[in-house]
Design a protein around this ligand. Sequence first.
Ligand SMILES: *[C@@H]1O[C@H](CO)[C@@H](O)[C@H](O)[C@H]1NC(C)=O
Ligand SMILES: *[C@@H]1O[C@H](CO)[C@@H](O)[C@H](O)[C@H]1NC(C)=O
Ligand SMILES: *[C@@H]1O[C@H](CO)[C@@H](O)[C@H](O)[C@H]1NC(C)=O
Ligand SMILES: *[C@@H]1O[C@H](CO)[C@@H](O)[C@H](O)[C@H]1NC(C)=O
Ligand SMILES: *[C@@H]1O[C@H](CO)[C@@H](O)[C@H](O)[C@H]1NC(C)=O
Ligand SMILES: *[C@@H]1O[C@H](CO)[C@@H](O)[C@H](O)[C@H]1NC(C)=O
Ligand SMILES: *[C@@H]1O[C@H](CO)[C@@H](O)[C@H](O)[C@H]1NC(C)=O
Ligand SMILES: *[C@@H]1O[C@H](CO)[C@@H](O)[C@H](O)[C@H]1NC(C)=O
Ligand SMILES: CC(=O)N[C@H]1CO[C@H](CO)[C@@H](O)[C@@H]1O
Length: 429
Amino acid sequence: MHFLGLLSTLSVFTVASASVIDHKHHIRRDSSKSNSTRNVAYYSNWDIYSAKYLVTDIPASDLTHLIYAFANINSTTGEVTLSDEYADLQYQYPGDDASLPGTNVYGNIKQLFLLKKKQRNLKTMISIGGGTYSKNMVPVLASESLRETFAKSAVDIVSNLGFDGIDIDYESISSSTQMEQFLDLLNKTRTKLDTFTANISASPFSLSFAAPMGSSNYDLLDFPNMDKYLDFWNLMGYAYTGSWNTESGHQASLFNSSTDPLSTPVDSNTSIHYYIAHGATPSKLVLGCPLYGAAFNNTSGPGKPFDGLGTEGSFGQAGIWNYNQLPAPGFNATTVELPEIGASYSYDAQKKYMISYDTPNIAAVKAEYTKKMGLGGLMWWEVSMDKTGISSLISTAAKKFGGASALDQSLNNLNYPTSVYDNLRAGFA
Ligand SMILES: *[C@@H]1O[C@H](CO)[C@@H](O)[C@H](O)[C@H]1NC(C)=O
Ligand SMILES: *[C@@H]1O[C@H](CO)[C@@H](O)[C@H](O)[C@H]1NC(C)=O
Ligand SMILES: *[C@@H]1O[C@H](CO)[C@@H](O)[C@H](O)[C@H]1NC(C)=O
Ligand SMILES: *[C@@H]1O[C@H](CO)[C@@H](O)[C@H](O)[C@H]1NC(C)=O
Ligand SMILES: *[C@@H]1O[C@H](CO)[C@@H](O)[C@H](O)[C@H]1NC(C)=O
Ligand SMILES: *[C@@H]1O[C@H](CO)[C@@H](O)[C@H](O)[C@H]1NC(C)=O
Ligand SMILES: *[C@@H]1O[C@H](CO)[C@@H](O)[C@H](O)[C@H]1NC(C)=O
Ligand SMILES: *[C@@H]1O[C@H](CO)[C@@H](O)[C@H](O)[C@H]1NC(C)=O
Ligand SMILES: CC(=O)N[C@H]1CO[C@H](CO)[C@@H](O)[C@@H]1O
């Protein structure tokens, strides 16, 4: 699941609605781009605080899609709302002049647009929900009129703030009735998104779903019908192990371990085969990988009993370490790579402390696997936690795919004539 880091005070804000006219012609999605490799990363709007990681720090040239996390949902009205108006719209980056006349947007939203201008194949998407806000979607899913409001307001965010698509991160679908409601939500969102892009004469925008791994989580999914609406599935290929297990294990293992099955209670390959067998299009499957480590304390290694996750971690998150802060300070750990199962970990034998995380070699194994399986690429949670240079997992994967020029080259959109923001409507000229 997608979890939050340290949060600043949140303020709920809804962008003003720009109405979208109905269109009469049917839009087909661009299927030619569906089999080109994506390198997708999430960016969290709280990164500007604890991590002090700004949109301008993102290594965009290795990416094709940047997903901005998270928008919230008003459970009473169904409206999709921004979760942090200050970070999203107001935070001043160097060069921002908030004294200019008119209704202008600054903050991360402006910087995302500037990145798109610099790199025309970088598509930005707004992610709605996530681990914390998902619960607000429950009443919205249950009501047809709230689903309609959800779809309309989600597309208003896209058209006002200059995104290229929508990612829905609802964790998780809990019944077959809710699955039907979710399909209707996808239908309405897809329809409104297509109406908007037709009105501005743009190529269809992307719709993706943050998808669960592990059989108990995906049993209820209607794969073929979801697949029709989605451009891609962001498979959350991490958090496979944790405090709920009795043995320590690999949190993002590509394969099941035949020699140490207790260390791989969930594996990506089994789930991916299940998705495909049940109607998901392989080239729409984007395998998510962690840019963080998950710790186990008092253990003699993977597949062995443990006692707690320890009290240490990055930014006060016990048991969770940013990849760029590994090796963890104060530990004397040896890193072990298991390319045959697509997993790696570090282990401090004296402190009996294990951290499950992916090394560049393991990122390369996963990139190779997506190529062999004809999948749609890799996804990263989340970009601020990567290392730089040859230790960067995002860049290691991009290289394995053949370099930036071998990735999806479809262009983003820069024309948002109905945005409520003067400077965005003018393309930040
Ligand atoms: C998609 O796959 C087809 C058939 O393998 C290939 O001809 C085409 O070039 C691919 N398109 C892209 C954008 O990679
Ligand atoms: C949801 O919207 C209603 C109506 O605009 C508002 O009164 C309420 O405060 C909102 N709820 C939240 C949690 O923001
Ligand atoms: C939404 O569902 C309706 C009714 O089943 C269908 O006619 C329409 O094509 C669907 N919309 C999209 C965008 O697929
Ligand atoms: C994993 O491997 C073990 C040992 O070979 C086997 O018993 C188990 O069924 C496998 N699990 C999956 C999900 O393939
Ligand atoms: C991947 O999963 C499929 C389907 O469960 C299985 O047949 C195959 O052996 C798995 N591959 C590996 C390397 O475990
Ligand atoms: C955890 O490790 C410490 C130090 O090695 C040891 O004293 C303690 O008994 C262990 N606790 C458990 C529950 O294994
Ligand atoms: C692991 O648990 C022991 C107590 O059993 C504790 O002293 C130690 O600080 C814990 N390690 C971490 C990294 O939190
Ligand atoms: C670090 O761990 C290794 C392997 O467990 C051990 O041989 C070495 O003495 C340790 N070094 C220190 C400084 O504790
Ligand atoms: C309702 C709506 O959004 N209409 C817009 C369609 O696009 C044109 C520009 O191409 C705008 O001027 C309209 O406001």
